[in-house]
Design a protein around this ligand. Sequence first.
Ligand code: 5GP
Ligand code: ZN
Length: 112
Amino acid sequence: MDCLFCRIAAGAVPVPALYQDEQVYAFLDIAPQAPVHFLVIPKLHVQSLAHTAREHTALLGHMLAVAAELAAREGLLDGFRTVINSGEDGGQTIDHLHLHVLGGRPMGWPPG
Ligand code: 5GP
Ligand code: ZN
């Protein structure tokens, strides 16, 4: 397994889980861009959002629902930002689909 996030989701790299179930694994980002910054990833290896299809609809919905649940649990009651970077122009650096959740301060727009 040469995918870092597959290894994290499998427990082969010890990254504490904020949450996990059969489908997803959530953990704190190693380089947080906000006071709260965590990632929700599928346990299934999917390269990016651009590599998903209709068959992934339930999985994608589950990732969003888990993100919202964890955002509330982490105290992001004033709101939060969700981000999925896809491909080179999207700024994706890890080629395993991941949903960022950022909050704990006003996130502003445009992002920066
Ligand atoms: P991307 O730029 O691909 O959307 O986001 C990848 C994210 O993964 C980055 O925010 C980066 O800080 C995070 N990341 C990269 N390597 C690790 C790691 O080994 N552990 C954790 N917890 N996060 C990582
Ligand atoms: Zn992977």
